[in-house]
Design a protein around this ligand. Structure first.
Ligand SMILES: [Zn+2]
Length: 497
């Protein structure tokens, strides 16, 4: 039991539990650079699987990948007022290009060479709208060049004082899509299409149910006309914004002079969208499914989907179970499954179970001498339950178990979310809910930012999303939660990461 106890229980301290799960699963670690994390191979493999799935969806909808510079001239940020406002306080700026030896010793042995100051400082990209639209101005001439649908996989830097692994780090990985369209309808359709892709990915791959909808003006992206988001509810009843898709209007097109000649021969500004998901998704995956024994990884994103643990006492038995384990591994791999055979002879089976459980491997096959004789293996699920499985047709049995787990994780997460959603409640009850146990509170909103700010002040909760029709309450709220005036839109409130 010693290993399981390395993870503090969720009920005791959710935040410490989260860190312990990451450490035990070896997903990431703190780095010598404050605010920056190291993504370890197990965590990076999850990211690669996420990338592969998303990238295929982007390409299937006509997007292509490209790569733009890490550095952005400072003056570019000044061109779109709201945008510079939004990112000014968390920027990393390159001002010099050289170090020089000082002749001193220790840390003082080198210093920035003052003679190497850049004429114009460079901002390390916090997001790439400005540099990308500067290029679009060059590439887009005619309506025939539209739509332009690009995506880049990259790192970005937003200076953070507080670090939370995967959730809040100074440097993180993401994809950012940037598109240009001839008209508003094209941009709006694109922003919604991407929101749909994000939702599908969250639900079908991460088994993480999400609400979709628009952000309020005070929560939208700096420089956007409209921001759409997917929002998930974590096990501590706090919301996680898991992806955003922005309809940028013509703000950036005007700032960067991205114009095209229409079919009629006139000049017009393009309409843009930008959209992104980040390595924060891994944090969402952890907090949606995992338990006090460690990570629970949805099968479709598990670095290893099946681990085979052979059990033996004598050398003869060892030979038998390893041979059989190897054959089963080959059979499963032939079906495209990610399988490991844990043949280590320095570790007892029980210790191996704990280790693979902490790492979130969905299915474990235990093969002992008696199983060899009986032509079976014990199939244990990370989510609970253990039963013998015939070796004949084992690949099909394992595939079915993985698919069932994938679906069950989504169902369980959706049930939990709905159990922690509050609808149709009065003001005091909602405020108490938001200050206390938490969850998604659905309530009427008059649309006035003053009410939004007052509720935030009173509870520290924010409007996560103005939900799309399918998520709205059967009976629309009639009055604003705060001021009691007529409600113009339903809003979902929650504490958030
Ligand atoms: Zn109001």
């Amino acid at each position: 039991m010693a290993q399981a106890q390395k993870i503090r229980p969720r009920a005791q301290d959710f935040s410490e539990w989260y860190n312990d799960v990451i450490m035990q699963a070896e997903l990431a670690d703190y780095s010598p650079v404050r605010g920056c994390m190291v993504i370890r191979p197990w965590g990076y493999r999850i990211w690669e699987l996420m990338q592969a799935a998303l990238d295929a969806m982007f390409k299937a909808t006509g997007h292509q990948n490209a790569y733009f510079p890490l550095f952005i001239p400072q003056s570019f940020f000044a061109k779109e007022a709201a945008h510079v406002e939004g990112f000014a306080k968390e920027a990393a700026i390159v001002t010099h290009t050289r170090l020089r030896a000082t002749g001193k010793t220790g840390a003082a042995a080198i210093a920035v060479d003052p003679s190497s100051a850049l004429e114009e400082p460079l901002v390390v990209r916090p997001t790439s709208e400005t540099i990308i639209y500067a290029m679009y101005a060059k590439w887009i001439q005619s309506y025939r060049d539209l739509p332009l649908l690009l995506n880049q996989w990259a790192n970005v830097v937003r200076w953070e004082m507080r670090t939370r692994l995967f959730l809040r780090t100074t440097e993180f990985l993401w994809q950012e899509g940037h598109t240009a369209h001839a008209d508003e309808a094209g941009a709006e359709e694109e922003a919604r299409r991407i929101l749909g892709i994000y939702r599908r990915f969250a639900e079908e791959w991460m088994a993480m149910p999400v609400l979709t909808g628009a952000k309020t003006d005070s929560e939208k992206f700096a420089g956007a006309q409209r921001t759409y988001a997917i929002e998930a509810l974590m096990q501590d009843n706090k919301a996680l914004q898991a992806g955003t898709s922005h309809q940028l209007g013509q703000n950036f097109a005007k700032a960067f002079n991205v114009q095209y000649q229409t079919a009629a021969g006139d000049l017009a500004y393009v309409w843009n969208t930008s959209w992104g998901v980040t390595t924060r998704l891994i944090g969402g995956l952890i907090m949606t499914h995992s338990d006090d024994n460690g990570l629970i990884c949805p099968p479709r994103l598990a670095p290893v989907q099946v681990v085979i643990v052979p059990i033996w006492k004598s050398d003869e038995e060892q030979q038998q179970v390893l041979n059989l384990g190897g054959r089963v591994q080959e059979e499963l791999r032939a079906k495209g499954l990610r399988v490991e055979l844990d043949a280590r002879d320095t570790m007892k089976p029980g210790a191996k179970y704990f280790e693979w459980e902490a790492r979130g491997v969905p299915v474990r096959l235990e093969i002992g001498p008696r199983d060899v004789a009986a032509g079976q293996a014990m199939l244990a699920r990370r989510t609970g339950g253990k039963a013998p499985a015939r070796l004949e047709g084992i690949a099909g049995t394992v595939q079915a178990a993985l698919e069932e787990m994938q679906g069950a994780l989504l169902d369980a997460a959706r049930k939990r979310r709905e159990a922690h959603s509050l609808r149709g409640a009065g003001k005091e009850q909602v405020l108490e809910f938001l200050r206390g146990a938490g969850g998604f509170a659905y309530a009427g909103f008059c649309g006035d930012a003053v009410c939004e700010a007052a509720i935030k002040q009173a509870t520290s909760a924010t409007v996560r999303v103005l939900p799309d029709p399918e998520f709205r309450s059967a009976e629309a709220p009639k009055t604003c939660l705060w001021c009691g005036k007529p409600s113009v839109v339903e809003a979902v409130w929650a504490q958030a990461y």
